[in-house]
Ligand binder design. Structure first.
Ligand code: AMP
Ligand code: MG
Length: 682
């Protein structure tokens, strides 16, 4: 093997019995032995798991190992014909590249032992660079199958991981065989293992439904007349038509929490841009500290209307009658020095003349005499002797000192105005901020027509509710939204629209087409045509179960690989809006550097009973108001059918209700996600 680095493997045992009592498992030690005895220290087993025969649990375990990037995943169990045997059904749909040769190798080796080998239904192939093999559940059967192909796995794993095949294949098959320690010569039929099968045996084990019959050896078994890839198989390829579509979603069901983790993990990091300090800055988050280049105020300024005076120990009393020798208005300009015995009339915000120490409020003075034309003050009497140095004066830099950090990285510029005002006050002209993502929105479905289309609807037509609603919600959340229109349920149209959109927007939100119908093209289009990765395709929640999150790799203008994010939301309008607030918004916030992300979570008191869903956690539309008692009060908007957008009218919050029996009663506290502003008193 060219690569001296160790290959990693995880072993997943699929058995009801062993998952209930791990001490009954014999497969893990047996398989570990195969790795150590045949693996020549090239392998490291990084994880072992025992799980029951459950499609979702199997898929989750396999996907987790794939995500950890192991080279090889071997499962053992659940490959027989018993009703509970579902391993091939769970693993098959996860495989991106089939490996019928490995299946053939395993079956051929078993067939040398017993014709009952045909009762095993293994699958093998690659997902995300990990090679997956499904072995039978009996320790003997699992061992034989693994041994049958073991020595070839290193090579397959390196290729699957992206190894340079050309280099690896230099020197031809003989060199490869030598490196792998296998040979096709000398009548040796097995492709890998080091022992012969002339003995008869009966496989036992933990309920895998794989009990080979006794006493068969060395003869030719039944021969299949079709290659595995020729046999009918479920597929997500729309070109194969409805009869081949999946009849059960192959995507593991994630919890909302896990789905949010996946989103956080795969949302691209924020990019930094420079923006001028103008209204376009609102809603952005600073990517760098901002330092004041000027002081505020930049000159000594009066904070009242009155008279600038000279106070302090080296001046005579401020009390008395003084000539008004000059005027300082709030405007640019120079002044002469104020001399002892003189005062200057001054307005709020105007610069103190040089020499002045303080300002006396106009209220503490009386006019004594006017100029001859009667228009101006000539002399003014100051009535108090208690004026201190610095009184009623804003010193240079007393609000902001030049060189101070006035705003820190991570702080946002709100529309309330404070931050914008601060930046403006010190003359900052440009700042570094995180670029806000641009979000494209499209609706899918042959039945969908523009919401403002004139005339009555034809039978089957539906007005596009989701696109205008999402565009408004996105803009309301402070992000730029691009209308990508309505796309029909024809494969090419969706692919082309999404492909074009990757050049225009950072995030795409689609709605519809993520259920299990044969026209539901989103997932296959994302995976097959656009080379995207679906990070989740089902979430255990109500509404919003088919919510799908994917990334599509594209080349940026500068040639580097960047990921565009796709949220494929359910078609039902209420589901679509709930999942926007729950899943899309945190991702937009993450890209824009906004923390904390997503809707604010608050505790609210229920003003009426709400019924729980038995199976799924629910996000229930509600109106939350601030009560006079200092609590937030929530009232359900009524019927929560996912097609009923009316359940959103007036709603400013989603109640987070756990799955369960019965209802939560009026007066109890629950969590709520605030989607909008709080409304007035109850
Ligand atoms: P789908 O997931 O495409 O099967 O859609 C589920 C349901 O949502 C169907 O009843 C669709 O007609 C409906 N739907 C899909 N997209 C929209 C939309 N943009 N506006 C209103 N209803 C929609
Ligand atoms: Mg549809």
């Amino acid at each position: 093997m060219a690569d001296q680095q160790k290959l990693t493997a995880s072993i997943i045992i699929i058995s009801e019995t062993a998952s209930a009592d791990p001490s009954t498992d014999k497969c893990i030690p047996t398989l570990q032995k195969v790795f150590t005895s045949l693996g020549a220290s090239k392998w490291e087993i990084t994880a072992t798991k025992i799980i029951p025969d459950d499609v979702t649990k199997i898929q989750n375990a396999v996907l987790q190992s794939c995500a950890e990037g192991v080279n090889l995943i071997v499962t053992s169990g659940g490959t027989g014909f018993a009703v509970k045997d579902v391993t091939p059904e769970a693993v098959g749909p996860l495989i991106q590249k089939q490996a019928p040769g490995l299946v053939h190798g395993m079956l051929a080796a078993s067939l040398e032992v017993t014709p009952f080998a045909v009762m095993s239904r293994p699958v093998a192939g690659v997902r995300d660079g990990s090679l997956i093999l499904t072995l039978p559940g009996s320790p003997k059967g699992a061992k034989e199958n693994l041994e049958a192909v073991f020595k070839l796995l290193g090579h397959a794993c390196l290729q699957a991981q992206g190894g340079d095949s050309r280099n690896m294949h230099k020197g031809g098959v003989e060199k490869l065989e030598k490196e792998a320690g296998v040979s096709a010569k000398g009548g040796e039929k097995k492709v890998g293992g080091g022992h012969s099968h002339s003995h008869g045996h009966g496989h036992g084990g933990h309920g895998c439904g794989h009990n080979y019959g006794p006493g068969h050896g060395g003869h030719q078994g039944p021969k299949a007349h079709t290659a595995p890839e020729e046999r009918p198989q479920q597929s997500n390829d729309p070109a194969q038509g409805p009869s081949r579509r999946y009849r059960q979603s192959p995507y593991p069901m994630l919890t909302v929490k896990d789905a949010l983790h996946k989103i956080a993990e795969h949302t691209p990091s924020p990019t930094i841009i420079k923006l001028p300090v103008n209204e376009s800055l609102v809603g952005h988050v600073l990517a760098e500290d901002v330092t004041a280049q000027e002081s505020v105020p930049a000159f000594r300024a009066s904070i009242v209307d009155g008279y600038a005076v000279i106070a302090g120990s080296d001046a005579p009393s401020t009390k008395g009658v003084f000539p008004v020798s000059m005027i300082s208005h709030a405007q640019a300009g120079e002044h002469q020095e104020l001399q002892k015995g003189q005062i200057a009339r001054i307005t709020t915000g105007a610069p103190l003349p040089p020499g002045a120490t303080s300002v006396v409020m106009v209220e503490d003075t009386i006019l004594v005499s006017k100029t001859d034309d009667g228009n101006e003050e000539k002399e003014v009497e100051i009535l108090t002797d208690e004026i201190e140095v610095g009184e009623n004066v804003r010193e240079v830099g007393s609000d902001v000192q030049s060189g101070d950090v006035i705003m820190q990285k991570g702080e946002g510029i709100s529309a309330i105005g404070g931050e914008f005002g601060l930046l403006a006050s010190v003359g900052v002209k440009e700042v570094s901020v995180y670029k806000k993502p641009i979000v494209g929105v499209l609706s899918t479905g042959d039945e969908i027509v523009n919401h403002d289309r004139e005339g009555d609807l034809k039978r089957g037509e539906v007005r596009d509710t989701n696109r205008p609603t999402l565009l408004t919600a996105i803009r309301g959340s402070g992000f730029e939204a691009v209308d990508l229109g309505i796309v029909s349920d024809k494969p090419g149209a969706l692919e082309q629209t999404l492909r074009d959109a990757t050049r225009r927007v950072d995030v795409m939100i689609t709605s519809g087409g993520v259920s299990m119908g044969e026209l539901d093209l989103l997932k296959p289009t994302l995976e097959r045509q656009l080379g995207g990765s679906i990070h989740f395709g089902r979430v255990a929640m109500k509404p919003g179960k088919p919510t799908t999150f994917a990334t599509i790799p594209v080349k940026s203008n500068s040639g580097e690989r960047i990921d565009k994010v796709v949220f494929s939301l359910p078609g039902n309008p209420a589901s679509c809006v709930v999942t926007y607030h729950l899943f899309v918004l945190p991702s937009l916030h993450q890209m824009a550097g906004v923390e904390p992300r997503g809707c604010a979570r608050v505790k609210v008191q229920l003003d009426g009973d709400v019924r729980l869903d038995r199976q799924r956690d629910e996000f229930h539309r509600a109106v939350v108001k601030a009560g006079g008692d200092g609590l937030l009060h929530a009232l359900s908007t009524g019927g929560q059918r996912s097609s009923r957008i009316g359940s959103f009218k007036g709603a400013n919050a989603l109640l987070c209700l756990p799955a369960g029996e019965g209802s939560i009663k009026k007066g109890e506290m629950v969590d709520a996600l605030l989607m909008g502003k709080l409304v007035g008193d109850v």
